[in-house]
Design a protein around this ligand. Structure first.
Ligand code: NAD
Ligand code: GLY
Length: 347
């Protein structure tokens, strides 16, 4: 089974999701895109597992390529990796008509996309995501970024890919915790947009269907608000508190775990704010996926860390609150009200 989802962004493109399709990437690029030379960006883990298949497929399609490998992990999402990659593109003669393939997780996609946005003021870009988070979320929508010591994703650009190619078989080699982290974002789509999807979601759900549904949810938001000026903020469900928890733990709590804790806390906050109480439904779904839902930090610490986040806006904060499972809204509350809601939901 294979699904193709068309995304009508400023640069329209397809996301193709299927099992075992990695070896077809070369012919797919050759058939619909006109890139004479491809530069592959990947990390050391993914290089070992999947770069060979991609390089062979590109060669079979008659496409020349060059590869740049960086050490895996968020700590590589920084300016020297970006500059190292861009220099290597220049050294191998990459031109305006060529394209970057980001083969890997969200870190690779974010660096590769930013490099493609910057090099010669913008060249082609193909996302080949190999983590669930990257398939379901980061490979679609054109956000690219690197981190600086002052904060995550502070240097970035919007640069839509021209193709997203998801081989769900690559998830077989993903460590369980990293796979589970991706499910936090998938559960998030259920809370945001679709009760039936939320109710039916389990670890055993068909993965092609799960990724395809996620890409469709993301497509709808990106088409409505590509530049993140309005409703794209809904995708931050659980992230304001989640980012605060990640930061307080000095990133020992992973992004997925922190978002899970953040989604539950925000459900409690929604109930305290007078909306429908979705706490039990969200708690049981997260627990079924093995997430710990108890937040280890006091309300004051979360408040301070959340206000230090770049989403802070003067003395108010925009919260994404569940109105019921399948629908959420954006609520602008004063920091005083946010503080009170955090305190009343502490237990
Ligand atoms: P990641 O890219 O670091 O991948 C996680 C780990 O899995 C890495 O060690 C990697 O080497 C390994 N890996 C990847 N694919 C594998 C496979 N198939 N088999 C075995 N190991 C594999 O992290 P991630 O969780 O994919 O992405 C997180 C990043 O994504 C963060 O930097 C975050 O800011 C970013 N992000 C971006 C967006 C966006 O819209 N641009 C959205 C969400 C998150
Ligand atoms: N992952 C959030 C966004 O793409 O807007």
């Amino acid at each position: 089974m294979r699904e193709t989802i068309h995304i009508k962004a400023s640069r329209p493109y397809d996301a193709v999701i299927g099992k075992g399709i990695l070896k077809e990437i070369g012919p797919a690029i050759k058939a619909c895109l006109n890139y004479p030379h491809i530069v592959i960006l990947t990390d050391d883990n993914v290089d070992r597992l999947y770069a060979g298949t991609v390089i062979e497929s590109l060669a079979q399609a008659g496409l020349k390529c060059h590869k740049y490998v960086f050490p895996h992990g968020e700590q590589s999402k920084r300016i020297d990796t970006l500059c190292g990659f861009i220099s290597s593109m220049a050294e191998c003669g990459t031109g305006r008509a060529d394209a970057v393939i980001a083969l890997g997780g969200g870190v690779t996609g974010d660096i590769g996309g930013l490099a493609a946005a910057l090099y010669m003021r913008g060249i082609g870009f193909i996302q080949v995501p190999t983590t669930l988070l990257a398939m379901a979320d980061s490979s679609v929508g054109g956000k690219t970024a690197i981190d600086i010591p002052q904060g995550k994703n502070l240097i970035g650009a919007f640069h839509q890919p021209s193709l997203v190619w998801c081989d769900t078989d690559t998830l077989a080699t993903l460590p369980h915790d990293i796979l589970r982290d991706g499910y936090a974002e998938v559960i998030k789509y259920g809370i945001l947009f679709d009760r039936e999807f939320f109710d039916g979601l389990t670890f055993e759900s068909d993965i092609v269907r799960t990724v395809s549904a996620s890409v469709r949810f993301k497509r709808d938001i990106v088409e409505a608000d590509e530049r993140d000026k309005g409703i794209r903020a809904l995708l931050n469900l659980g992230h304001t508190v989640g980012h605060a928890i990640e930061r307080l733990s000095d990133y020992s709590i992973t992004h997925g775990e922190a978002v899970a804790m953040g989604m539950l806390r925000i459900a409690r906050i929604g109930a305290a704010y007078g909306l429908e109480d979705c706490t039990d439904a969200i708690c049981s779904k997260l627990t079924a996926f093995g997430f710990s839902t108890e937040c280890p930090y006091p309300a004051d610490d979360i408040l301070n860390a959340a206000l230090a986040d770049k989403k802070r806006n003067a003395d108010s904060i925009t919260l994404v609150l569940p109105e019921h499972i399948g629908k959420c809204g954006l609520y602008n509350v004063s920091t005083a009200v946010f503080k009170e809601l955090l305190s009343t939901t502490e237990r």
